[in-house]
Design a binder for this molecule. Structure first.
Ligand code: NI
Length: 277
């Protein structure tokens, strides 16, 4: 485990704001020096297309075919490809804040990175994160979204619908109703008139619960928008009443195909080189 000590503590007002609204913006969980180092690692793994073969790198908002430029490239588990992202001040702070918000038993739930290219990055449509997950589990989980440059309305900062964390998981569909696309969009957005827009400085962060409706606009600026996302939560429990997330059963993505082939190859390699002791 990391030795890095957290430097941020929430006030009671911030904790109450989070539980009332389902999200919270915190101005700084990192330092400019750390953000500079993280940006270097982040740009490197996107340039290398790290994790592509394993299905950990894909286009969140497109059909993800080879040779077509991704509109919203995403990397799952970026720490695997850039270990320098592991023991960071931002993670220590994010974890400490998550414990304040959810309780002492809160654990790390994995990272991902979403890159919005300059001028053509797609929107991340309105959705609840829990719509991607297992329908038979009960979650008490939050996501920490940290930009590695300024995040603005123009380049795609986070937007939230206050109070939407109290809703059940709403029906979702694949973006453009195309089952080849990994990204999900909620069928009907409630009360879209009043989203809260959360611009942030580099190394600031928003915290949101698994059912809070959120959105980021396309990147209309001349520079890329880099977001680093860390998940935290209490261990999920089995649900008393199972749900039907049919939108995930309908998906047929190139990412899943690559992940399947990579797993089969790994299994074959294990078979042909048995480990003996
Ligand atoms: Ni999300």
């Amino acid at each position: 485990m990391s030795d890095t000590q957290p430097t941020v503590t929430l006030t009671q007002d911030q904790i109450e704001f989070f539980h009332t609204n389902g999200f919270l913006a915190v101005p700084a969980i990192s330092t400019p020096e750390e953000i500079a180092l993280m940006r270097e690692a982040y740009d490197r793994i996107f340039a290398e297309r790290a994790g592509r073969e394993e299905g950990n790198q894909f286009d969140l908002a497109g059909t993800d075919e080879e040779g077509r430029e991704a509109t919203l490239p995403q990397i799952l588990n970026p720490v695997k490809y850039a270990p320098e992202l592991r023991d960071t001040l931002c993670r220590a702070n994010a974890r400490a804040i998550a414990k304040q918000l959810l309780g002492e038993g809160t654990q790390d739930m994995g990272d991902h990175a979403i890159f919005k290219p300059a001028r053509h990055g797609a929107a991340t449509p309105w959705h609840q994160d829990e719509a991607y997950w297992g329908p038979n589990l009960e979650y008490n989980t939050l996501s920490v979204w940290m930009p590695l440059q300024e995040a603005t309305l123009e380049n795609g900062c986070m937007q939230f619908i206050p109070g939407s964390h109290l809703l059940e998981v709403l029906p979702h569909h694949c973006i453009n109703n195309d089952p080849r696309i990994h990204g999900l969009e909620v069928d009907h957005v409630v009360d879209l008139a009043n989203p809260t827009v959360c611009p942030l400085p580099p190394g600031g962060a928003t915290f949101h619960l698994s059912r809070t409706l959120h959105y980021t606009a396309p990147n209309r600026s001349d520079t890329p928008r880099r977001a680093y996302i860390m998940g935290f939560g209490l261990p999920p429990k089995p649900r008393a009443t199972p749900r039907n997330f049919y939108w995930n059963d309908q998906k047929r993505t190139a990412r899943e195909e690559r992940a399947k082939v990579a797993t089969q190859q790994a299994a074959q390699e294990t078979q042909s080189f048995p480990v003996t002791s």
